[in-house]
Design a protein around this ligand. Structure first.
Ligand code: 6PG
Length: 248
């Protein structure tokens, strides 16, 4: 299914619309299965989604007790590091809403990166309890996109793009610092019900136009490899990021 793109006047308008969309998916998931499973990415996305979801009256209308939060990728740093995706979300988001602490599933970066990845897979298995041979199916995964087309910590031309069995892997050579990261793989990401990319600002205009350019080769752009077999992909972009894709 081709991704849908929604263009917003500016970051604030996008933040409010994204938060409303997330709240809608959360309410639908809670009504359907009593739980909402969401995976966050790092970078500017964390501030964008936090400011939208923590604004009233939306914040007061959400049943936070049914949320389970994971990370699509995490830097292999201490949670107290300014580079930590968990650390930033804890400061901007979890400190302002009442998601039960044992339902916020951070990676355990105290062990070796490869073991952290395996440990995270066991957390996913425990919470989702997927049927034998099946992958966990997230209600929503929020993704950013780098100027090189990376998403999560899946970078262009990296061997991890070919991973088909593991749910979570570690990478030690990420071109975007820090180099050591934990990331969900494409098969796990593509098993989600809903995937939303967030791209804001003029620096993303080139990559957004490439992602939506049918002439581009997929392998060069991991963000284009996000193509769920049974799910929906949407792009939330502001006008500044849409200038080269003719969709402003
Ligand atoms: C990370 C992210 C990464 C990020 C993109 C976009 O941990 O670095 O998950 O994939 O989403 O690099 O980041 P910006 O939105 O900050 O440009």
């Amino acid at each position: 299914m081709r991704p849908k793109i929604k263009v917003f006047k500016n970051r604030d308008e996008l933040s409010a619309a994204l938060a409303a969309h997330v709240a809608h998916l959360a309410a639908r998931a809670c009504a359907g299965q009593g739980r909402f499973s969401i995976a966050l990415s790092g970078g500017s996305l964390i501030e964008i989604i936090s400011s939208g979801l923590c604004s009233d009256p939306l914040r007061g209308s959400i049943d936070w007790s049914s949320w389970h939060v994971f990370w699509a990728d995490e830097r292999w740093v201490s949670s107290s590091s300014p580079l930590s995706n968990y650390g930033l979300a804890a400061k901007l988001f979890f400190s302002r809403v009442s998601i039960p602490r044992d339902q916020i599933h951070a990676t355990d970066n105290a062990i070796k990166p490869s073991e952290t990845a395996k440990d995270y897979e066991s957390v996913l298995a425990k919470i989702f309890q997927p049927p034998e041979g099946r992958m966990p199916r997230f209600d929503l995964i929020l993704l950013g996109v780098g100027e090189d087309g990376h998403t999560a910590s899946l970078f262009p031309d990296h061997p991890v793009l070919a991973e088909r069995r593991a749910w979570v892997v570690s990478v030690s050579d990420a071109p975007k610092p820090p180099p050591i990261r934990i990331t969900m793989t494409l098969p796990l990401i593509n098993n989600a019900r809903n995937l939303v990319f967030v791209a804001v600002g003029p620096s993303k205009a080139d990559i957004v136009s490439k992602v939506f350019n049918p002439q581009m080769q997929n392998q060069e752009l991991p963000a284009r490899l996000v193509n769920p077999s049974d799910g929906e992909v949407q792009w939330f972009v502001d006008r500044a990021a849409a200038t080269e894709s003719g969709r402003t």
